[in-house]
Design a protein around this ligand. Structure first.
Ligand code: ATP
Ligand code: MG
Length: 170
């Protein structure tokens, strides 16, 4: 099973992010992320055996996340594969602590590989035609979170669908 751990936005923020995805899509083209799939990845685990996924789900259910608020103030892009995202203007110590805490537990278990860099972001477009972000509206959004999710990614010819397997204590 292809798994990752992520924050998922509360409904109002999800709607707002969906609107921004429409705006970005009109300008940059590509594939707009479905609104129900919008998320902030904290840890991508890749393929995990079912038995281990069940253990992981139990572990996630018992996690207690320190509540936090993440400020999103800028557009950004990743050249490959044409990703347009929104994220923070600077580093976010609270998210870095949360991400670091996850990897300190996951990596010794052989689950995934801690990335060299962590750039918290919400992907809005994939395979954008242009990554020229000039002219996109300015952003000032706050994301209040107090829990995370273990999510399965099911990939088919239309892209990925996500299914939540476990939610931490909220
Ligand atoms: P698709 O790959 O079909 O475009 P997707 O990227 O939404 O769809 P996944 O590839 O399963 O679906 O990725 C799930 C989440 O994990 C996304 O947030 C993605 O950016 C992130 N992710 C995927 N692969 C990696 C990787 N190798 N390293 C870090 N994060 C990754
Ligand atoms: Mg992918």
């Amino acid at each position: 099973m292809r798994l990752f751990i992520a924050l998922t936005p509360p409904p109002e923020l999800r709607e707002r992010l969906g609107e921004l995805a429409d705006v970005a899509h009109a300008r940059c083209g590509g594939r707009r992320m479905p609104e129900e799939s919008l998320h902030l990845t904290l840890a991508f685990l890749g393929n995990v055996e079912e038995v281990r996924a069940a253990e992981l789900a139990a572990w996630v259910q018992d996690l207690v996340v320190t509540p936090g608020e993440w400020q999103m103030q800028r557009w950004g892009s990743f050249q490959r594969p044409g990703i347009v995202w929104i994220g923070g203007r600077g580093r976010d110590p609270a998210l870095e602590r949360l991400q670091g805490r996850l990897w300190s537990a996951l990596e010794p278990c052989g689950l995934g590989t801690r990335p060299a860099r962590f750039i918290p972001h919400v992907t809005l477009l994939r395979r954008a035609v242009t990554l020229d972000l000039e002219g996109l509206p300015s952003i000032d959004l706050a994301w209040s979170y107090n829990q995370l999710e273990l999510i399965e990614s099911i990939i088919d010819e239309r892209g990925a669908r996500y299914r939540t397997l476990a939610v931490s204590q909220g």
